[in-house]
Design a protein around this ligand. Structure first.
Ligand code: CA2
Length: 158
């Protein structure tokens, strides 16, 4: 079975607890539970992790080179400056779906330019925590893994 790493960067352990007007009231544990439920429906394994440390994110991306078929990543604060995370992702030659809970393009200039997007296969932002479901589905579709039990508009698209 294919494995998709779902990686979350700095401070996302506080999801649901701080700044709910931007990030909502859903906790990371609730997000991961929904991801696990959806992964079971589409038939993929997921490995959900969160770290507040840039180097740990780099180590996990290196691990993913062998252990994962795709990466879903919310790099959080590492989106805008982290050359180490960017360089690590460059070595991952399978699908990378970057996601942001908020619409980073509608935020202040500091939050508008993710350098990670330059190496991401696809980018999702502004859908709230629902973006994790969309990102997981998109990653599975990139791997051609969506099951026949899903309707054609979702499995294939237009
Ligand atoms: O919208 C997103 O998912 C972000 O990646 C979150 C980052 C922010 O720097 C990006 O511009 C967009 C910040 C994550 C901070 O984590 C928090 C979690 C809960 C409450 C407060 C902060």
């Amino acid at each position: 079975m294919a494995t998709i790493f779902i990686l979350n960067g700095p401070n996302l352990n506080l999801l649901g607890e701080r700044e709910p007007e931007i990030y909502g009231r859903t906790t990371l544990a609730e997000v991961e539970k929904s991801c696990a439920e959806y992964a079971a429906i589409i038939g993929v394994d997921i490995d959900c992790r969160q770290t507040n440390h840039e180097g740990v994110l780099v180590d996990w991306i290196h691990e993913a080179r062998k252990a994962a078929d795709a990466i879903v990543i919310n790099p959080a604060g590492c989106s805008f400056h982290s050359i180490p995370v960017l360089d690590a992702l460059k070595t991952f030659d399978k699908p990378i779906v970057e996601l942001h809970i908020s619409n980073i393009h509608a935020r202040d200039a500091f939050h508008q330019h993710s350098i990670i997007s330059t190496v991401s296969t696809g980018v999702i932002c502004g859908l709230g925590v629902y973006g994790y479901m969309v990102a997981l589905q998109a990653a599975a579709r990139m791997l051609d893994l969506l099951p026949d039990s899903l309707p054609a508009p979702i499995r294939v698209g237009p």
